[in-house]
Design a protein around this ligand. Structure first.
Ligand SMILES: Cc1ncc(COP(=O)(O)O)c(C=O)c1O
Length: 404
């Protein structure tokens, strides 16, 4: 035990000395091992993970077939550059397209990079007729690069990095009138939004709103771009959150759960817009390596063969019912909202405090927005995991309410 403590202490010291402090690390915890819905810290303490690395490990930790695919490909070929064909990239592109719409895919490494690509797509198309402004949403989050920061509605992320990259118009989410007024600007070439805002506090787009936005974009011949980085890859019970709405975007981004933890991002473009980004207009050294694509192919295969989407919907129904019961019997919760296993609890008590108490009892959850507790469990959870999480949340919230 003492040896372990010393080892963790030494690692904390190295982290402190040598890793830039851009993250508020959770103090005193280092995770050493993960399997499915569970994580173990360096003391061997077990946690139920209802965060999934922020919607990344949607199939749970170290999913056996994803791990096997990574192992197999790593011993065969890791990288060749996009100057050459590799055997996994076209296979993955075909899987993404067959589960979304007829189009083509560009591969990259992260959510921000995928959104950058969508922004470039919109500008390249728009600039050919003098249009280059993109309408984006207040409270949105699109990444930490300069363009995606400028697109991000949550202003705290932009603080200190001014000047903002020009060309973005921020409007309130779910407000069609505000969007239509902004779209009257003839320089507008696209609308970019998250079908369900994640960092903004788990706020789904209203169905009527999204349908009207689609119509408006068609009427004005501007692109509708969706950011599916957090809400995609099965999180809402469909492959992509937009599939819940009966409309299609012109392009969408994905990352996070695409590789179940192996870094890979992508954006997908409708076939009618595919000639906009031709040879030489966009590139990424590590985009779509055989290794990353092998991991993501295994993710798609597991989603299919293990009925992950069906399970997501089933467990979602159970969790929502349990959470609503806590809200009515314990109180302290203003609203339970979201879709599938992307769940937000708008709290009347401090969400950060509840998160901390839950972690002490072995349940990892997240916060988002102003005062929202965010649950993003792996899509492979079972009823017994939901029961455990609900019981921990009930106890913690009751204790908070009674001042224990
Ligand atoms: C909706 C959304 N878009 C983009 C990003 C940025 O992704 P990455 O951190 O992989 O660049 C995130 C990350 O949380 C996100 O939630």
């Amino acid at each position: 035990m003492r040896e372990k403590e010393q080892k963790v202490g030494k690692l904390e010291q190295l982290q402190d000395n040598y890793v830039l402090k851009t993250y508020a690390n959770y103090p005193g915890v280092m995770f050493a091992k993960g399997k499915g819905v569970k994580l173990w810290d360096s003391d061997g303490r077990k946690y139920l993970d209802f965060a999934s690395g922020i919607s990344v490990c949607n199939l749970g930790h170290c999913h056996p077939s994803v791990t096997a695919a990574i192992r197999k490909q790593a011993s065969k070929l890791v990288h060749v550059s996009n100057l050459y064909l590799n055997e996994k990239q076209p296979e993955l592109a075909a899987k993404i397209v067959s589960n979304s719409f007829d189009g083509m895919v560009f591969f990259c490494n992260s959510g921000a990079e995928a959104n950058e690509g969508q922004i470039k797509l919109a500008r390249k198309r728009g600039n050919s007729c003098g249009r280059n402004k993109i309408i984006v949403m207040q409270e949105s989050f699109h990444g930490r690069t300069l363009a995606t920061l400028a697109a991000t509605g949550r202003s705290k992320y932009r603080e200190g990095f001014q000047p903002d990259m020009p060309g973005f118009i921020h409007v309130p989410f779910n407000d069609l009138q505000a969007l239509a007024a902004a779209a009257a600007d003839p320089a507008v070439c696209a609308v970019l939004l998250e079908p369900i805002q994640g960092e903004g506090g788990i706020v789904p787009a209203k169905e009527e709103y999204l349908n009207s936005v689609r119509q408006l974009c068609d009427d004005l011949d501007i692109l509708l771009l969706f950011d599916e980085v957090q809400c995609g890859m099965g999180r809402t019970g469909r492959y992509f959150a937009w599939q819940n709405y009966g409309i299609e975007p012109d392009a969408f981004s994905l990352a996070k759960a695409l590789g179940n933890g192996f870094p890979i991002g992508a954006f997908v473009v409708k076939r009618k817009h595919c000639s906009v980004l031709g040879p030489g207009t966009h590139a990424s050294t590590f985009g779509g390596t055989p290794l990353a694509c092998a991991a993501a192919c295994a993710v798609f295969d597991a989603i299919e063969s293990e009925d992950v989407l069906e399970n997501c919907l089933k467990q979602s129904e159970y969790l929502f019912a349990g959470l609503r019961d806590i809200a009515s019997s314990v109180g302290g919760i203003k609203e339970v909202r979201g879709k599938g296993l992307m769940i937000g609890l708008e709290m009347e008590v401090p969400a950060g405090e509840l998160r901390k108490l839950a972690a002490e009892k072995g349940l990892l959850v997240l916060t988002a927005g102003e005062n929202v507790l965010r649950l993003l469990p792996p899509l492979v959870i079972e009823k017994k995991h939901c029961d455990k999480a609900l019981s921990i949340l009930r106890v913690c919230l009751s204790n908070m309410r009674s001042g224990v």
